[in-house]
Design a protein around this ligand. Structure first.
Ligand SMILES: Nc1nc2c(ncn2[C@@H]2O[C@H](COP(=O)(O)OP(=O)(O)OP(=O)(O)O)[C@@H](O)[C@H]2O)c(=O)[nH]1
Ligand SMILES: [Mg+2]
Length: 311
């Protein structure tokens, strides 16, 4: 089934209702989801995807809002994907989050979408990449993806985003924690938010020192540490300038196409793998497995031999 031409046309011209519907279809993997993505693919590749990650409550949403306002003031079109804004860690921030989000969502050239993680492994939900494709095709210049950096999600976001911003705050040595947790590995830009708080300068230089100890990145990018105070809209121009600098660097170094190739490679393998898996575990093979499982449990056969046999 081919996707409705009229519907596709509306997505391409950023009709908010059509974009919203397409996102829902793709997020739920409803019928026709792939047909939409197939049609849109040739219109993608323009948007710059920015991951914003960091510990709960660091100010990711605040900075996202500031960036969106700045970008739209400069005439850019912006998409926002907030992954699991109902983070169990800071449930209290949710209401404020929603209100601020709604506020920027009313801006003409802004499209906002929240996606729940739904317990999929890691923090990034399954169809974020596809949601990005829809926003990309609808003509967005920048897509901001906010996700809480705990566990696997930070790796996922680094694979999905073109530029990854890691947001830290001065308190409680969580910057050092974050370094250990691997946020260090994925940052293209470090932001020390809540710089109005005590000790910000000290923490910023600690982070700089840690960065300098690292071997330089393969693509020659030098990571900067920027200070912001999101709640006062301070440091946002500088942050945006740094994003543009990274974008430019990705283009000039050829690293962007490298990155996109890796993303495609993974995506296609995932598509094939999931289909192979579904095809393989048909009713007959499921039955075979459940018939034999007692034998394996009772040590009459072993899982390795059985796996070879069924393959
Ligand atoms: N003092 C100070 N407070 C800030 C700053 N930026 C944000 N905040 C406050 O910190 C709290 C958390 O901000 P959010 O933007 O919701 O943080 P978040 O990282 O999106 O939080 P989660 O999505 O729940 O992980 C809010 O009460 C903000 O008003 C800042 O620069 N200075
Ligand atoms: Mg948030």
């Amino acid at each position: 089934m081919a996707a409705d031409k009229n519907f596709i046309e509306k997505i391409l011209t950023a009709d908010k209702r059509a974009v919203a519907r397409a996102l829902t279809i793709v997020e739920n993997e409803d019928n026709g989801s792939e047909d939409i993505l197939k049609e849109l693919y040739k219109h993608t590749g323009r948007a710059h995807r920015i991951g914003i990650t960091g510990p709960p409550g660091a100010g990711k949403s605040t900075l996202t809002n500031c960036l969106v306002k700045l970008m739209t003031n400069k005439g850019y079109k912006v998409g926002v994907i907030a992954v699991d804004p109902t983070s169990p860690f800071t449930g209290g921030a949710l209401l404020g989050d929603r209100i601020r989000m709604q506020e920027i969502g009313l801006l003409e050239n802004v499209f906002i979408r929240s996606m729940a993680t739904r317990g999929s492994l890691g923090g990034l939900c399954k169809n974020v990449v596809e949601a990005c494709e829809i926003m990309d095709a609808s003509g967005k210049d920048f897509i901001l993806i906010e996700t809480v950096g705990v566990g696997q999600s930070e790796l996922d976001i680094a694979q999905t985003a073109d530029s990854t911003i890691v947001v830290l705050v001065p308190e409680s040595g969580d910057s050092v924690q974050a370094m250990k947790a691997g946020l260090m590995e994925i940052a293209d830009i470090f932001v020390l938010n809540k710089s109005d708080r005590e000790g910000a300068d000290g923490v910023a230089s600690t982070i700089r020192n840690i960065i300098h100890l690292k071997p330089p990145a393969a693509d020659g990018w030098i990571i900067n540490v920027l200070k912001t105070t999101g709640s006062r809209n301070e440091g946002i121009e500088e942050l945006f300038a740094e994003i543009l600098r990274h974008k430019e660097h990705l283009l000039e170094s050829g690293y962007l196409s490298e990155k996109r190739k890796n993303q495609l490679n993974k995506k296609i393998r995932d598509l094939v793998n999931s289909r192979l898996e579904v095809n393989f575990w048909n009713n007959e093979r499921r039955k075979e497995l459940s018939d034999k499982i007692d034998m394996i449990l009772n040590r009459k056969n072993d899982p390795y031999t059985f796996a070879e046999e069924i393959l």
